[in-house]
Design a protein around this ligand. Sequence first.
Ligand SMILES: *[C@@H]1O[C@H](CO)[C@@H](O)[C@H](O)[C@H]1NC(C)=O
Ligand SMILES: *[C@@H]1O[C@H](CO)[C@@H](O)[C@H](O)[C@H]1NC(C)=O
Ligand SMILES: *[C@@H]1O[C@H](CO)[C@@H](O)[C@H](O)[C@H]1NC(C)=O
Ligand SMILES: *[C@@H]1O[C@H](CO)[C@@H](O)[C@H](O)[C@H]1NC(C)=O
Ligand SMILES: *[C@@H]1O[C@H](CO)[C@@H](O)[C@H](O)[C@H]1NC(C)=O
Length: 314
Amino acid sequence: MAYLLVLVFFLAALTHSTPKEYSQQGEGAILDSLKQQVGLLTNETKNYSPQVQPPGTNRRIPQSIIIGVRKGGTRALLEMLDIHPEIVVATTEVHFFDWDENYAKGLEWYKNLMPFSYENQITVEKTPGYFTSSLSPERIHEMNSSIKLLLILRDPTERVISDYTQVYYNRLENHKPVQVIEEIVIRNGALNTKYKAIQRSLYDVHMENWLKYFSLDQIHIVDGDTLITDPLPELQKVEKFLNLRPRIMSSNFYFNQTKGFYCIRSDGRERCLHESKGRPHPMVNSTVLEQLQAYFKDHNQNFYRMVNRSFDWH
Ligand SMILES: *[C@@H]1O[C@H](CO)[C@@H](O)[C@H](O)[C@H]1NC(C)=O
Ligand SMILES: *[C@@H]1O[C@H](CO)[C@@H](O)[C@H](O)[C@H]1NC(C)=O
Ligand SMILES: *[C@@H]1O[C@H](CO)[C@@H](O)[C@H](O)[C@H]1NC(C)=O
Ligand SMILES: *[C@@H]1O[C@H](CO)[C@@H](O)[C@H](O)[C@H]1NC(C)=O
Ligand SMILES: *[C@@H]1O[C@H](CO)[C@@H](O)[C@H](O)[C@H]1NC(C)=O
């Protein structure tokens, strides 16, 4: 259980989503609030100056997108991939394919939100909402039918709790009433399967949409639980998937005993979590946990068949 708590702390802090008003702010402000939000202590030498275009660079539409899942560890994955010299990442969640008002602005608008890159570099964007959005697969396919997609998943029950926890703290901060998780998850004695956090954990349902447009070998699934306990092997699989030379090393990570998870070290930057972002995860009634696990069981089996791979989810 302690292990689970640590995991949730880490993911809660690293996968905080970016509100859309950021698109209206300057990029410096975006970066600052992002860092605060994400809770990363960034002591960087890497020079972020998005207004200045280094010679030989351009903004390019992404060749790879982290499509989700919300609370799966998308921020951690993006930050870790950013270690690779041939990867450049968009720091904000763009919400281009899942929000109609953004999609209507067109591909040029989207491209202008991407970082400058050299020709040999791969641009990566992440918006966790894409995975569960029914329009995103077709729209991404229309942009680039041979794009490479990254999907990071965790145990669906843990994901629900983490999803709930994020909303819980947002509501607390905004002085809105909160409910304990059991009251939301259980309605009239039965599992409230309409609850959005439960819906988002039906990986097979969402995956079906993606497989209508993309072949399985275009979608690489990162095991979000493994990424946190042992990041390197998962990242090496991503390098292989993206046809990149192996450049991410074990020396890019150091385990912080106090925190109980890995921090990133690259380009003289060290990135860990901010203390205040360690959000305690509620204790969930074990009967309710079992009900969730029972509900996801068939969906998980179906998902394993779809992707020809199994995970050790409950
Ligand atoms: C960044 O690191 C340097 C040396 O490692 C240190 O002197 C400095 O105080 C750090 N800055 C911040 C903001 O943590
Ligand atoms: C589409 O994605 C593939 C795979 O990442 C990439 O090789 C190709 O350059 C992309 N095409 C465009 C137009 O971005
Ligand atoms: C490890 O985490 C602790 C507690 O958050 C912090 O005080 C310490 O500076 C960290 N150490 C390193 C080497 O990052
Ligand atoms: C969990 O909830 C069930 C009813 O849903 C209740 O019977 C049980 O006592 C609760 N367990 C604990 C440990 O609170
Ligand atoms: C499923 O995976 C196994 C091994 O992981 C592989 O040998 C087999 O070809 C895969 N089947 C399909 C349909 O992709």
